[in-house]
Ligand binder design. Structure first.
Ligand code: SF4
Ligand code: SF4
Length: 235
């Protein structure tokens, strides 16, 4: 093979969908370090090196339609070891953003739609949300050392506004107690908004920037309305 024929002609590849990305998967040297560090390698034949190579070879439609980008957890272990500093997790998120919204796997897009329409992924009505929070607070108040404990909902001028992961008012209400007790022990002045309280942005995981923006703006809106300066957004 002559020296000139060994050079990849990048202009030959059709990168119409990926051209604007701020890094180049074409720098991949196929070393495999990403694949060996990835906790999801091997699931349905997935590994990040293959994914990056598919993009590099112009298999854009195939990669967007593939299940592989949805197997990745976007943990970024791979890019921490990549010698070419390819931003693999962000690449995966960009691939997800190219999927038709109705074809997003599982309940993720349904959750995004619910959050946009109702303020939370569960479509939980405001009165039910408040009932659950107050119920959990009553259980805490029955424990020694927490007599009189109350949950501060929509407290104006509190020091911290905290969002809520939807599972904490669904299947994991016990987990609410742990951090509320920490707030109590620390003497913290905190509050939970009664609307737009959702702390899980599935827009992030599905590559839906518009949904993420709306969710973030709503939370910021709650901070302004309640005149709270600090945000605890645990998810
Ligand atoms: S970001 Fe995705 S590809 Fe990279 S290590 Fe994590 S799961 Fe694997
Ligand atoms: S670690 Fe980086 S250079 Fe190595 S195979 Fe993975 S993406 Fe390519």
């Amino acid at each position: 093979m002559s020296e000139s024929s060994a050079v990849i002609d990048l202009d030959r590849l059709d990168h119409t969908k990926f051209k604007s990305w701020p890094y180049s998967q074409d720098y991949c040297i196929t070393c495999g370090l990403c694949a060996s560090s990835c906790p999801a390698s091997g699931i349905d034949g997935f590994d990040p090196r293959k994914l990056i190579r598919m993009i590099s070879l112009g298999l854009e439609d195939a990669v967007v339609e593939s299940r592989w980008p949805w197997i990745c957890t976007m943990c970024a272990k791979c890019e921490n070891v990549c010698p070419m500093e390819i931003d693999i997790a962000d690449t995966v998120r960009n691939i997800r953003s190219l999927r038709e919204r109705e074809s997003v796997p599982g309940i993720l897009h349904k959750g995004v739609t619910a959050a946009l329409e109702t303020g939370n992924n569960l479509r939980l009505p405001k009165e039910d949300f408040i009932f659950i929070l107050e119920d959990v607070a009553e259980e805490i108040a029955e424990e020694p050392g927490f007599e009189g404990f109350r949950v501060a909902i929509d407290k104006k001028g509190a020091n911290i506004l905290t969002t809520i992961h939807n599972k904490l008012v669904n299947t994991h209400t016990e987990d609410l107690k742990h951090w509320w007790k920490i707030f109590h022990a620390a003497g913290e002045d905190w509050t939970v908004p009664s609307e737009n309280w959702e702390g899980v942005s599935w827009g992030y995981f599905t590559g839906d920037d518009d949904a993420m923006k709306i969710t973030a703006e709503r939370i910021y809106g709650q901070m302004q309305k309640l005149e709270v300066k600090n945000l605890l957004w645990p998810e």
